[in-house]
Design a protein around this ligand. Structure first.
Ligand code: AMP
Ligand code: ZN
Length: 220
């Protein structure tokens, strides 16, 4: 097992921009981005049993049960490309998931180096929520107001069709914010107590947030 393996996690409410930031950071660090939300969406697209099960919860804005989520992420982290580390995006989201992650990492002789929490005021999140659109082909995300595609409804990268995620509809977004407050926000204190939390202001331009994250990671 390489000594150099490096595991990081990004924590943040829905619409905090953590997916966008994770994609950038992963390029910078040369480790894969492991997004539990993307893994679930891949499973839904491929109509696996896990996908069918997860979709029920996702469409309501609820968390997928821990056993299902932990099993899926564990399997992913054990693949070859994660030997040198990984950037976790959207996992862990509950205390039991955080404890399971510790165990998984002990199993590969590693530990979590840093957790970056992207903080954004709730009213800003709600404003961001409804405008998000995703490319069906490559998963790239756009925002009708803050980062629109060159041509309406069409991905700049590959001409794919843009769509709105079911769970980005207003009622579901509100539910996801409540779930974040109740189940995920306790992780901020959990990791602060461990001394590996770095908090970043997510209410800035994408580039400024990226700069702050880069600094936080370099301070390790
Ligand atoms: P995301 O793309 O990270 O916003 O995740 C979309 C949805 O997938 C969430 O609203 C949850 O329903 C589900 N999900 C993603 N990650 C997790 C997780 N770590 N634990 C439970 N559910 C998750
Ligand atoms: Zn695309």
């Amino acid at each position: 097992m390489p000594v150099e393996s490096r595991f990081l996690a990004l924590l943040g409410p829905p619409m905090s921009g953590k997916g966008t930031q994770a994609a950038r950071l992963t390029q910078l660090l040369g480790i894969p981005q492991i997004s539990s939300g993307d893994l679930f969406r891949d499973n839904i697209k491929n109509q696996t049993n896990l996908g069918l099960e997860a979709k029920k919860y996702m469409d309501r804005g609820d968390l997928v049960p821990d056993e299902v989520t932990i099993g899926m992420v564990k399997e992913r982290l054990h693949r070859e490309d994660c030997l040198r580390g990984a950037l976790l995006d959207g996992f862990p989201r509950t205390i039991p998931q955080a404890e399971a992650l510790d165990e998984i990492l002990v199993g590969v002789d590693a530990s979590l180096a840093v957790v970056i929490s992207v903080a954004v005021p709730e009213d800003v999140l709600v404003e961001r929520a409804c405008g998000r659109r995703i490319c069906r082909t490559c998963g790239q995300s756009y925002h009708l107001k803050f980062g629109p595609p060159k041509a309406p409804g069409i991905c700049d990268e590959d001409g794919g069709e843009l769509y709105q995620r079911n769970d980005d509809k207003p009622e579901t977004v509100r539910q996801r914010l409540e779930v974040y407050q109740a189940q995920t926000s306790p992780l901020v204190e959990f990791y602060r107590a461990r001394g590996i939390l770095q908090e970043v202001n997510g209410d800035q331009t994408i580039d400024d947030v990226a700069d702050d994250i880069r600094q936080a990671v370099n301070e390790l």
